[in-house]
Design a protein around this ligand. Sequence first.
Ligand code: XLS
Ligand code: NI
Ligand code: NI
Length: 445
Amino acid sequence: MENTNYLCGDREYFTGIGKIPFEGRDTDRELAFRWYDENRVVAGKSLKDHFRFAVAYWHTLGGTGADPFGRPTMNFPWLAAADPLQQAKDKMDAAFEFMTKLGVPFYCFHDYDLIEEGADLTTSARRLEAISDYALEKQQASGIKLLWGTANLFSHPRYMNGAATNPDFRVVAHAAAQVQQAIDLTLKLGGENYVFWGGREGYMSLLNTQMKRETDHLARFLHLAKDYARSQGFTGTFFIEPKPMEPTKHQYDFDAATVIGFLREHDLLADFKLNIEVNHATLAQHTFQHELQVAADAGMLGSMDANRGDYQNGWDTDQFPNNLYELTEAMLVILQCNGFQGGGINFDAKLRRNSTDLSDLFYAHIGGMDAFARALITADRILSDSPYREKLQARYASFDTAQGQAFESGSMDLPTLAALAHTFGEPPLQSGQQEWYENLINRYL
Ligand code: XLS
Ligand code: NI
Ligand code: NI
């Protein structure tokens, strides 16, 4: 084993598994990368720098397989200790052992993923102080960094009617205390970004909801959080993670377009970007590619939560990504907008309830990382070796004429445009050639 930094204390959790090597597609070794060679340079950057992969603390270390119909199925050894600080340290040892062996450069957490919330804010603050001291040591020893931090403003019963959008001002104040603390924590650990996912910022029924008031409160809250973080020297980016529903019937941060409109309306565009999640896109009746494109076109593609939904199930199943076709479509968007602004790829994905081996955690992440690597390599070849770009450009060539340009630049009025119709005559039909485009991905995979 190459790196033993994670062996803090004397316990190894993932016994029999060493550092995951890159071996190429023909290897027989089960636990190896077939595509993700972190040093491979594609489109001018190493795969490591393109993706900036992160492990999601809540699923990977805390996802025990419990669902509304059944108890946990995964008895993770790092969750066994009864004392909260001991349990948090064990969990963190396991996290850094896992991430070091896997070779991911980042992680992400909610405040109370790190350590169990206390009975009051003071107890929680004390606990977070202790575990973040420990996190700092682990980060320094391993070189693993924090991609983003956030506060869990949805699990505790106090948030059942929302956090920043709660009709009770006292709950809004509690959410503020938690966010202030989570910002401090993110700063302390050198976190590069800070995320807001408004899990319960929405409504269950409009009959008991003053929607305008609630969304104004949300904007006010985001301003306060941003102003505080900036006053403390935070220079990173704030991300909003759109999701249309679940746990609420309707979430205000519905999709990328809605969030961009909201940020513009409330003068938050300068500090916020988007964190696009695959399964949230499909819940909003969009494709992942669509959400990425909307964010990229607005110059606001900040980061990504990687997972996938299930074609038959209508909820956020958070499965690990494995669909090469869809990921290649996504990578075409990402390469063409020159990557993420500040963020990376966080595996907001969990094992299935009946995947109960510790090695399943490795298979899941290796599979996801390999799928992204293969998709990026494919997308790069489509962009650099195929006629894709030229063909797409040619589809709009009529706007590159003097008249087309006059229209695009705003120097043509409606009567002039309408008059052109008479000179042009009936336009001939131009095929969109969708099937040709669709075949490209399989051709280059
Ligand atoms: C839930 C969200 C959540 C955020 C972080 O659906 O994806 O996990 O990423 O609060
Ligand atoms: Ni997410
Ligand atoms: Ni999600």
